[in-house]
Design a protein around this ligand. Structure first.
Ligand code: AMP
Length: 380
């Protein structure tokens, strides 16, 4: 589903293209049309799911032509737990807001810094992103009024409660008009949060995005200790010896992806590479062949991995480790589905050992390592 089918304006579509947002993430596919329709939304999703853009884009659309307000009366309030998130969210509003015909002014306010510059900057603001304590100080000194709020967003609501903001949040809610749109995002649901949901949300659309790390326990992970020269024979051994049928192999460069696929083909294994240097048409065709089981091995770079949405993927092999632990989880996450657990294999060279420790630590799981020196790779 492309962004253009979600009801966003041409100027936002252009801005999305400039930012290389080629496809909406699942949360965006569901949330954007609902928020445009002024529905309340409860999004259970973590950072990294694309939740920020899922509310920023439709809010900006809804504000177009609808911002006539009295001075210091903001239209949209986003409550966040931390200064970092406040700045991050404000930046996304500014990034996409600047592309619109009618400029939207957004501001982030948070504690721990002087209040006076924030008071002055509150002139003519449409979207206010705030941590609860500082917002109350500003409201109480009449620097901002919340009686014209059209849309309230609680972002990382679970974290706000964990940080003890419950009382401040309740005080803020009392300043808001009764009729408004409410959007609540949280990584988890707790009893406290359910109470807030019930008070705030009116027949919300509930969107639950499973995080890839939720799937980790469903995946069998294995690592092979191997030298760089033995990686090719080991890959062929694993595919042939274990009769693997549908294998996604990850490399870290386009050159390597082509090279690994070439070698597999030369050894009689049906394989192709997929990466940014191939045309869109070629990529689509390869993916569809792979998905339908007509291509045995697909060798991909990370750049392409986000576009690969396959319900059942039994085997992922990290021919090369990704640099970031997040990418590692993202790569192997494609094999773990409740109904069809898969296997993820990583090739670890002596140089990778330290980095692989970091990856495992971040993931919170230790992976069994097999020394490939004990495998007879002759003839592979
Ligand atoms: P968030 O979960 O909102 O913190 O977003 C996670 C990251 O994904 C951010 O760096 C966004 O810029 C990026 N992002 C969000 N939506 C998309 C998309 N549709 N395509 C590409 N990148 C995206």
């Amino acid at each position: 589903m492309p962004f253009s089918s979600l009801g966003l304006s041409p100027s936002l579509l252009k801005a999305l293209e400039t930012q290389n947002y080629t496809q909406p993430y699942p949360i965006q596919q569901e949330a954007i049309p609902a928020i445009l329709n002024k529905k309340d939304v409860l999004g259970i999703a973590q950072t990294g799911s694309g939740k920020t853009a899922s509310y920023v884009l439709p809010i900006l659309m809804n504000l177009q032509g609808n911002t006539a307000s009295k001075n210091r009366h903001v239209n949209v309030l986003v409550l966040v737990p931390t200064r970092e998130l406040a700045v991050q969210v404000k930046d996304v509003f500014q990034l996409f807001g600047s592309s619109l015909p009618q400029p939207i002014k957004s501001l982030a306010v948070f504690g721990g810094v002087s209040i006076n510059p924030q008071m002055m900057a509150l002139q003519g603001v449409h979207v206010l992103v705030a941590t609860p304590g500082r917002l109350l100080e500003l409201v109480e000194s009449n620097a901002v009024h919340l009686s014209d709020i059209d849309t309230l967003v609680l972002d990382e609501a679970d974290k706000m409660l964990n940080l003890g903001f419950k009382e401040e949040m309740n005080r803020i809610f009392a300043f808001l008009p009764k009729k408004r749109q409410n959007l609540l995002f949280s990584a988890t649901l707790s009893d406290d949060l359910n109470t807030i949901n019930q008070i705030l949300l009116n027949n919300p659309l509930v969107i639950k995005i499973e995080s890839e790390s939720d799937n980790i326990d469903l995946i069998t992970q294995l690592a092979y200790f191997v030298t760089e020269e033995k990686k090719g024979p080991l890959l062929r051994y694993l595919i042939k010896h274990n009769s693997l049928k549908q294998v996604l192999v990850f490399t870290s460069s386009v050159y390597k992806a082509d090279n690994v696929a070439d070698k597999l083909r030369k050894n009689g294994i049906d394989a192709s590479s997929i990466h940014s240097k191939k045309s869109q048409g070629a990529r689509t065709e390869l993916l569809s062949k792979f998905k339908t089981g007509k291509l045995r091995v697909l060798v991909a770079t990370d750049l392409i991995s986000r576009g690969i949405d396959i319900k059942f993927l039994p085997h992922v092999i990290n021919y090369e480790l990704p640099r970031s632990p997040k990418d590692y989880v993202h790569r192997i996450g494609r094999t773990g589905r409740a109904e069809s657990p898969g296997e993820a294999i990583s090739f670890i060279t002596p140089e990778d050992q330290h980095h692989f420790k970091v990856v495992q630590k971040k993931m919170g799981k230790w992976v069994t390592m097999i020394d490939s020196a004990g495998i007879n790779l002759k003839g592979f």
